[in-house]
Design a protein around this ligand. Structure first.
Ligand code: ZN
Length: 283
């Protein structure tokens, strides 16, 4: 699933490709992608004649801002956007086509069909699902050390599932949570509220550093992720623990371990990320 850096890369690419274009009509080949409104005719009617003013992002959601409506789009597992000339044959799994007045089309392709699209009047999108309960934007101004520390205070959840919960902080998924915890030297099973001030500061910085560097690299190409222009992200070459089970830790040479935390496959270095109070082991 694309995480913040990948969605941010798609956002930037889409802005270059479709900003200023006016929608003539929309063809929906798979109505289940539409959540609000659910009817293809209504979806098309609302978007007709609307010009794309900007493509923004909230967490892992794209916010395509038009004249008097906002399209909130989630790519989920494998959703992808691409811009094509109108005459070009449709590729397989193309579910929604936005026809522009200039003879080009924005096409939404999704092999897994889990992606979603919602339309709102501007501002309304923040008051309703799926955006209304989203937490701090980690690359936004609101993500201060104080705000982050306040979120952690008193929490008994393990730090990894805590960071994956989009109601606390948005945009971090399974790849970047493992990377950020490794960079901060924090074990993924530490209780969120048990982090000392120095650890909280390290983790706060590690989240910003990891996500920023990944955005710089255009995200990671894990499995099938490709950004809005069909280019592969390069951050997978900078990953320190994710996908490196049994390989040597770059920092200490120990073997990277893989375990399951909160139901998710988790990579970490037991040497660099010790659990403070080690449980007694049976021999
Ligand atoms: Zn290590």
């Amino acid at each position: 699933m694309p995480e913040l850096p990948e969605v941010e890369t798609v956002r930037r690419t889409l802005n270059q490709l479709v900003k200023g274009k006016t929608i003539e009509s929309v063809t929906v080949h798979l109505p289940r992608i539409l959540q609000r409104p659910a009817e293809a005719e209504l979806f098309d009617a609302i978007l007709q004649g609307q010009t794309i003013r900007n493509v923004e992002r909230r967490g892992k959601f794209l916010r395509i801002v038009l004249d008097s409506t906002v399209l909130v789009s989630h790519l989920r597992m494998e959703g992808r956007y691409g811009v094509y000339p109108a005459g070009e044959p449709l590729e397989k799994h193309t579910h929604v086509v936005f026809h522009f007045t200039d003879g080009t089309e924005l096409r939404y392709k999704d092999v897994r069909q889990f992606g979603t699209m919602h339309l709102f009047t501007p501002g309304e999108e923040f008051l309703l699902p799926p955006l209304h309960k989203l937490g701090l934007e980690p690359l936004g101004e609101e993500f201060t050390y104080e705000a982050f520390a306040a979120k952690l205070r008193g929490r008994t959840t393990k730090i990894k599932p805590f960071l994956l919960n989009q109601e606390h902080i948005v945009g971090i998924g399974n790849i970047y949570v493992d990377e950020a915890l490794h960079l901060a030297g924090i074990h993924p099973e530490r209780e969120a509220g048990s982090l000392k001030k120095a650890e909280t500061e390290r983790l706060y910085q590690a989240i910003i550093t990891t996500l920023s560097e990944a955005v710089e690299a255009g995200g990671s190409s894990i499995k099938s992720y490709v950004n809005g222009q069909g280019e592969m992200g390069m951050f997978q070459h900078q990953l320190k623990v994710y996908g490196r089970k049994s390989e040597a830790c770059y920092q200490c040479g120990s073997v990277i371990e893989k375990t399951v935390v909160g139901g998710r496959g988790t990579h970490y270095c037991a040497q660099c990320q010790p659990l403070k109070h080690k449980r007694a082991r049976k021999d």
